[in-house]
Write a protein that binds this ligand. Structure first.
Ligand SMILES: [Zn+2]
Length: 254
């Protein structure tokens, strides 16, 4: 009797959900047809469910190169990625140049409370055919709890989470997002610091939050400027026992 009632209720719930899905889908389609979406950068009308129009998207500058240590070098040798260097990493890759449209997109995403842009940004990142390093964990750059409270989210954690599914499919095994690092100081935002200040404070802001014995890590951040923060984070991962540390940022400051 119990099982019969349970089955009946479940099937009624399933039917209700299907009806609700149907009306939500068609309601949304009708709404979009009546009020076409607009490009969030230039406000041009877009007739597909896209955030950015084709014209704006065509202005994005994609980066397809991956910086990797040669056999003779070690991970302690700096990788020269632009005007800065990156130490303690096995490889580094970035997807977009931080300028023009990409800069506007990131500004809206980070500072105008639009975390729903994350899947679109990851979609852009995955368009290049670059091979991603085989790793065990995706580790987002940490954010101090006070800053996370102000913003409402850690943008690197959003990227790491959105990246885990497509990378798991590519590697044919589940990848875990691990909060292995902790920001121990609530300093001024990075974009308000000079290059010298960034280099000075980088090593003091991040600590390892858990051991990583023998793990292969992909460090994830939204933008690289001097490389000092990523280098400090990579150093923390190595001290926690990681055997390989790769780094990826969505954008790179030119
Ligand atoms: Zn546009």
């Amino acid at each position: 009797m119990f099982f019969t009632q349970h089955t009946t209720r479940s099937s009624a719930q399933r039917r209700w959900r299907a009806v609700r899905r149907h009306w939500c889908y068609h309601g949304r389609r009708s709404f979009e047809a009546a009020l076409p979406a607009h490009c969030i950068v230039c406000s041009a009308r877009v007739f597909k469910p896209h955030w950015v129009c084709e014209e704006c998207e065509s202005q994005l500058i994609f980066s397809t190169s991956t910086h990797t240590h040669s056999g003779a070098q070690t991970s302690a040798t700096p990788l020269v990625v632009h005007d800065g260097g990156l130490t303690n990493v096995n490889s580094f890759a970035t997807s977009l140049e931080y300028s023009g449209i990409a800069r506007e997109l990131l500004h809206k995403w980070k500072f105008e409370n639009q975390p729903e842009l994350t899947p679109y940004l990851i979609d852009l990142a995955l368009r290049s055919a670059r091979p991603w390093p085989p790793v065990d964990y995706i580790v987002p750059m940490p954010m101090h709890w006070r800053k996370r409270l102000e913003r409402g989210y850690n943008q690197s954690a959003l990227l790491a989470s959105a990246l885990s599914r497509p990378l798991s499919q590519r590697q044919c095994r589940p990848l875990t997002v691990l909060s292995a690092l902790k920001a121990n100081a609530h300093a001024k935002p990075q974009h308000q610091l000079t290059r010298e200040q960034r280099l000075r404070v980088a090593g003091t802001r991040i600590v390892a939050a858990r051991p990583l014995p023998g793990a292969s890590i992909l460090l994830v951040d939204d933008v690289i400027t001097t490389g000092a923060t990523l280098s400090a984070a990579a150093d923390c991962c190595r001290q926690a026992g990681a055997r390989a540390v790769h780094a990826w940022t969505l954008t790179s400051a030119p």
